[in-house]
Design a protein around this ligand. Structure first.
Ligand code: NAD
Length: 377
C-alpha cells in the first residue's frame, strides 16, 4: 500500500498558501506516495486542480483526512480537522503551540503524531527543511516592496530631464533572515540602505549586501545564535544612536525578534514624532506586538505624518513562491522518513525528536507540555 498523503485547503481566513505545489506533489508521488488533495486547495496560490499531475482531488474533507497517513498543512490544524484525522496519523505544519494549547491537547488525546515546522532545529543538515527561514525570506522581500509602495518617493536615484532625484534612505532594524532579504530588495530597488542588529556577526552580512552597518556599540548574542534581551542601559545606548538614523530615513523596516519573548520596542513614539513627513514604517514584528511603540498590529494607518503598517502573515501575500518554498521544506523533512515506500521514523534522529510536538499520546516538546499540562518537570 502506498503512503497516503493528504493536503486539505487551508481554513484560516486570509491564508492563501498551500502545503503542496504541483512540482513537489509530483516528487511525493515519485517517492511512492499516493497524494490526495481537497478540491481547490491550491486556489489561493493560483494553482488550479489541473496543474497537479499524479494527484487526485476530493471534495469530502472528512474522508480525505480520515484516510491519510500523512497530512500536510501550512497553518496549525483546527479542532474540526484534528477530529477528522485518523488516530495514529502524522500531521506536519506550523503548529503555534503557545497560541493553540487546546489543539495540542486534542492531538495528544487523539494520539496524532504532530511535527511543528517551527521546531525543526537550525542545524546545517536541516537547512533545506527550515520553513521559518524560507517564509522569513518571503516576508523580508515583501516588506521592502510594501515600504516602496507606501512611500511618496522613488527609491532609486533618477537622472531625468525633469531633474535629478536623490535615492530614498531605508533603514532595516534586525538583520536575520527577513532583514537581510529586505536589505537586498531595497538595494535592488536602488535605495541607500543602512541596517542594524544586536548580533555583531551580522555586520559582514549587511556589508556584503552593499548596505551600511550601524554600530551602536551594543552586542547581544544569546543562545543558539539568536539575540538576547537587552539590559536597560544597553537599550538606552542603542536608542540614542538609532534615533538619529530613524529620523533621517524615508522608510524604516523592523524585523527584530527574540524567540519566546514579545518583540523588543526599538522605535519610541517620540522618534516617530521626529520622523520626516511622509516617511514609512513597516513593522514585521507586529505579530509579537511590534518593534515600534505606535504600531497597531495588523493595521495600516497614518500616525501624525508617518505611515505605519504592522502586517500579519506576510508570506501569504506572496503565496506562489511562499507555497513552493514551503512545500520543498516539507519534502526535505519527510524524504528521510520514507524508506522503500514505507514510513520509518527514527526517533534517535535530532530533527525528528526536536520537531515532534505530540506522539503516542504524549506532548513531546517540553515547554509546550509544561504549558498544557500545567507543570514543569
Ligand atoms: P529572528 O526572527 O529571531 O530575529 C530577527 C533579527 O532581529 C535577528 O537577527 C536578531 O538578532 C535581531 N534582533 C533581536 N533583538 C534586536 C534588537 N533589540 N535590536 C536589533 N536587532 C535585534 O531571527 P532569524 O532570522 O530567525 O535568525 C536568527 C538566527 O538564526 C541567526 O543567527 C541566523 O543566522 C540563524 N539561522 C540559522 C539557520 C541555520 O543554520 N539553519 C537558518 C536560519 C537562521
Amino acid at each position: 500500500m502506498p503512503i497516503r498523503v493528504a493536503v486539505p485547503k487551508e481554513t484560516l481566513e486570509g491564508e492563501c498558501r498551500v502545503a503542496l505545489d504541483p512540482v513537489v506533489a509530483k516528487r511525493f508521488a515519485a517517492l511512492g506516495c499516493e497524494v490526495r488533495m481537497e478540491h481547490d486547495a491550491g486556489a489561493g496560490a493560483h494553482y488550479v486542480d489541473d496543474d497537479y499531475e499524479d494527484v487526485s482531488f476530493v471534495t469530502d474533507k472528512a474522508e480525505l483526512l480520515g484516510n491519510a497517513e500523512v497530512i500536510l498543512k501550512v497553518q496549525p490544524p483546527d479542532e474540526d480537522e484534528i477530529n477528522q484525522i485518523a488516530e495514529g496519523s502524522i500531521v506536519v505544519g506550523f503548529m503555534s503551540p503557545h497560541r493553540y494549547p487546546e489543539r495540542v491537547k486534542l492531538m495528544r488525546d487523539r494520539r496524532i503524531t504532530s511535527f511543528a515546522m517551527e521546531l525543526i532545529p537550525r542545524i546545517s543538515r536541516a537547512q533545506g527543511m527550515d520553513a521559518l527561514s524560507s517564509q522569513a525570506a518571503v516576508a523580508g522581500y515583501k516588506a521592502a516592496i510594501m515600504a516602496a509602495d507606501r512611500s511618496g518617493r522613488f527609491f532609486p536615484m533618477l537622472t531625468t530631464a525633469a531633474g535629478t532625484i536623490r535615492p530614498a534612505k531605508v533603514l532595516i532594524i534586525g538583520a536575520g533572515v527577513a532583514g537581510l532579504q529586505a536589505i537586498a530588495t531595497a538595494k535592488r530597488l536602488g535605495a541607500v540602505v543602512e541596517a542594524y542588529d544586536v548580533r555583531s556577526a551580522t555586520r559582514e552580512q549587511v556589508q556584503s549586501l552593499g548596505a551600511k552597518y550601524i554600530d551602536t556599540g551594543v552586542a547581544a548574542e544569546g543562545e543558539g545564535g539568536y539575540a538576547r534581551e537587552l539590559t536597560e542601559e544597553e537599550k538606552r545606548k542603542q536608542l540614542e544612536v538609532l534615533a538619529k538614523h530613524i529620523t533621517q530615513s524615508d522608510a524604516v523596516i523592523t524585523t527584530a525578534a527574540i524567540p519566546g519573548r514579545p518583540s523588543p520596542k526599538i522605535i519610541s513614539k517620540e522618534m516617530v514624532d521626529n520622523m520626516k513627513v511622509g516617511s514609512v514604517i513597516i513593522d514585521l514584528a507586529a505579530e509579537g506586538g511590534g518593534n515600534c511603540e505606535v504600531t497597531k498590529p495588523g493595521e495600516d494607518y497614518v500616525y501624525g505624518c508617518v505611515r505605519v503598517y504592522g502586517p500579519f502573515n506576510v508570506p501569504s501575500m506572496l503565496p506562489v513562491h511562499a507555497s513552493d518554498m514551503y512545500a520543498k521544506n516539507l519534502l526535505n523533512f519527510l524524504t528521510p522518513m520514507i524508506k522503500e515506500g514505507e514510513l520509518k521514523l527514527d526517533w534517535e534522529d535530532q530533527v525528528i525528536k526536536d520537531s515532534a510536538l505530540t506522539h503516542d499520546g504524549e506532548i513531546r516538546h517540553e515547554p509546550t507540555r509544561a504549558l498544557v499540562e500545567g507543570d514543569a518537570s
